[in-house]
Design a protein around this ligand. Structure first.
Ligand code: CU
Length: 122
């Protein structure tokens, strides 16, 4: 099990991103956010992230069960992480168009038990 994964606090990441905004370079730091999975909850329940930037999500499972982390639009899945074991962490960098998405766990009936949240891009 990977206990140590690169985890930058969101505030620090925001600072780093702001520090990189001064020049005319077009390279952007990915916007990073963290999500915690529990039995049966996703925290935070609602997230807003910038549009047009690579997004890096770090998902940590503090529950006693394994959980997946997925993001779907109104019509289809746009990001899938396979099962994260208890105390496990997974990261993924991806891009999303502006819009409102649902974060959820795809296992069994976990979503209806409460593992659901809203991700707003833009
Ligand atoms: Cu689950």
């Amino acid at each position: 099990m990977r206990a140590l994964t690169r985890t930058l606090p969101l505030a620090l990441t925001a600072l780093l991103a702001a520090a990189g905004c001064g020049g005319s370079a077009t390279t952007r730091e990915p916007a990073s956010f963290k999500v915690t999975l529990d039995d049966y909850l996703i925290r935070p329940q609602k997230l807003r992230v910038p549009k047009g930037e690579p997004l890096t999500v770090t998902v940590h499972n503090i529950g006693r069960l394994g959980h997946t982390f997925r993001i779907r639009s109104a019509t289809h899945n746009v990001m899938n992480l396979t099962t994260i074991p208890p105390n496990g962490t997974k990261s993924r960098t991806f891009k999303l168009a502006a819009g409102t998405y649902t974060m959820y766990c795809a296992l069994s009936n976990h979503e209806e038990l409460g593992m659901s949240g809203t991700l707003v891009v833009g």
